[in-house]
Design a binder for this molecule. Structure first.
Ligand SMILES: C=C(O[C@@H]1C=C(C(=O)O)C=C[C@H]1O)C(=O)O
Length: 94
């Protein structure tokens, strides 16, 4: 996957301004990502509770496979690692 970097030449001040602005946007995006992860943990717990309360198993391997496939299709191998980390956050280690 490309990181979108280019080799354009520029002076240090211009680069510093771009970096500062971009880092602010990255911090904003990371804040949103963290909030989304916390929301995902809550929704996942809701599903797990409902399944347990109705006599089912807490975890669903088929559903986890769908999620791993989706992240892998979108982001390749690191996507699989990311999905595994998300699943661990949402249902604990298995
Ligand atoms: C939330 C669910 O329960 C568990 C947690 C999952 C998740 O966090 O995505 C996926 C599968 C299950 O192991 C579900 O089945 O959808």
């Amino acid at each position: 996957m490309s990181t979108g970097t280019s080799t354009e030449v520029m002076d240090e001040k211009a680069a510093a301004a771009i970096i500062a602005g971009a880092r602010e946007r990255i911090d904003g995006l990371d804040g949103q990502i963290l909030e989304l992860i916390k929301a995902r943990i809550g929704v996942s717990a809701e599903v797990q509770r409902a399944r347990l309360a109705s006599g089912g198993r807490r975890l669903s391997l088929n559903r986890e496979m769908e999620i791993l496939q989706r992240y892998s299709d979108a982001l390749g191998r690191p996507g699989t690692t990311l999905a595994m980390t998300l699943l661990e956050l949402c249902r604990g280690k298995v």
